[in-house]
Design a protein around this ligand. Structure first.
Ligand code: GLU
Length: 477
């Protein structure tokens, strides 16, 4: 394969859709796998969609996920600028080339004319598209009118034949030219449309493979016709499958979060999100599901990307995130966890206690935003008991344990992991109970529940005074 150069070409809309993250990731993996170049190009020519801070947000999201690009904003590269809004002249020159070759033409139709055309076509049940009436204006006349009349420039799409898209993932897809609109290339405000800017840039930036979402497939025959009109060799295309909700409708905001930032804000780890997104349409060919970024680079190939839509299963993402929460280095876990405690107002002000809390909840934590619920036992002032806890506490043997515990606690200075162990040994000896029969009553009394984090840590963190209070309260029910 000649040099692989791929690009991620987002239009900055304010947030990064998980589908965009997948596009970026697959481009990144493909580039790294083939020792190629990964280009970031900002497609910001649609002024009406300008959103303040969108580019910064995009760059920050890429940084967070670790998808490092080789050329683009803040990095430069031989074929920049990588903002389309800074390349206007380049597009104008290229449109001129097409006009000179008679491959494009100015269209002077007004909004009203186009609306009337559309209505007429709808009434007759014809496909809605530009009917090409400005195609036949004699060249001289057209040039003259261009000087004074508002106009757009359109591509002269052949009226007959087919245009074939050879797609690495989807195979050959044929489009009937008669159904392809004379695409607008340059708008009346002088800005290029997506189609023109995208094709010109992919050519000038020497892009070898265009890897993007399936929603762009219908645009591809137009792009191929444009490459031909310029006399250029087209790149290879690979269109990635749609992302679906669990009910197999197109992934939408209404059914859950679609922005990468939303997942970040909920305390998903970038490693988990990247791993999860990698599997939305690709698999290694066996049942391996956990991959580091390095492994993904090693195994990724476009040949193993599916055509069929990929279901976005947030439960699987949670499971995967839990896996990463438990498998990252302890230091890293504690550092991130500490930030979250602060953010969620759960900081005890005591570093040692924070640490114990984080260690205690780690085995059952799937995302950091669940910390309030997972750490609730450490912060209760009054207890309520669930049904199972009540059952345990109703037993006479349990009451006996709690009584002994209160007596022993009075003999203990301070609760630590060590002193708690010693205390429980004594309670075991004196009550004659062990295992579940010993521990469940204590857990039920101190937490109101029969499941939860390590009991020694819970008691150590909440401290002797509160433990005594809870024991007495439990004895009274
Ligand atoms: N700017 C387009 C987008 O927002 C790029 C599509 C493409 O990759 O060609 O997704």
């Amino acid at each position: 394969m000649s040099e692989v150069r791929v690009r991620f070409a987002p239009s900055p809309t304010g947030y990064v859709h998980v589908g965009s993250l997948r596009t970026a990731l697959y481009n990144y993996l493909f580039a790294r796998h083939h020792q190629g170049r990964f280009v970031l190009r900002i497609e910001d020519t649609d002024q009406s969609r300008y959103v303040e801070g969108a580019v910064e947000n995009l760059l920050e999201t890429l940084r967070w996920t670790g998808l490092d690009y080789d050329e683009g904003p803040e990095k430069g590269g031989p074929y920049g600028p990588y903002f389309q809004s800074q390349r206007k002249e380049i597009y104008h020159e290229h449109v001129q080339q097409l006009l000179d070759k008679d491959a494009a033409y100015p269209c002077f139709c007004s909004e009203e004319t186009l609306n009337a055309m559309r209505e007429e076509q709808q009434k007759k049940g014809l496909p809605v598209m530009y009917d090409g009436r400005c195609r036949n204006i004699p060249k001289e006349e057209a040039l003259e009118r261009m000087k004074s009349e508002p106009h757009v420039i359109r591509l002269k799409v052949p009226r007959t034949g087919n245009t074939m898209v050879k797609d690495i993932i989807r195979g050959d897809v044929s489009f009937e030219n008669a159904l392809i609109d004379d695409q607008i290339l340059l708008k009346s405000d002088g800005f290029p449309t997506y189609h023109l800017a995208n094709v010109v840039d992919d050519h000038l930036m020497k892009i070898s493979h265009v890897i993007r979402g399936e929603e762009w497939l219908p645009s591809t025959p137009k792009h191929i016709l444009l490459y031909r009109a310029f006399g250029w060799q087209e790149p290879q295309f690979a269109h990635l499958p749609l992302l679906l909700n669990p009910d197999r409708t197109k992934l939408s905001k209404r059914q859950g979060d679609v922005a990468v930032e939303d997942y970040r804000a909920k305390g998903f780890l970038p490693q988990a999100l990247v791993n999860f997104v990698a599997l939305l349409g690709w698999n290694k060919g066996d049942d391996q599901e956990i991959f580091s970024l390095e492994e993904l680079v090693k195994y990724f190939s476009l040949e193993r990307v599916n055509k069929a839509g990929a279901v976005f299963d947030v439960h699987k993402l949670e499971w995967m995130n839990g896996h990463y929460i438990r498998s990252i280095a302890e230091d890293e876990y504690l550092r991130i966890g500490q930030e979250w405690l602060k953010k969620l107002n759960l900081d005890t002000g005591d570093a040692q206690k924070n640490r114990l809390i984080l260690q205690a909840v780690r085995p059952a934590l799937n995302k950091f935003a669940d910390l309030p619920q997972k750490t609730a036992v450490f912060f209760k002032d009054a207890l309520e008991y669930d049904e199972q806890a009540k059952e345990w506490l109703a037993k006479p043997e349990s009451k006996e344990i709690l009584k002994i515990m209160i007596e022993e606690l009075a003999q203990t200075d301070e609760l630590t992991l060590e002193s708690f162990k010693t205390l429980m040994k004594t309670v075991q000896k004196r009550s004659g109970q062990k295992g579940k029969d010993l521990w469940m009553p204590v857990r039920a009394a101190i937490t109101g529940e029969t499941h939860g984090p390590d009991l020694g840590i819970v008691l150590t963190v909440i401290g002797k005074r509160k433990v005594e209070q809870f024991l007495k309260q439990a004895l009274a029910i």
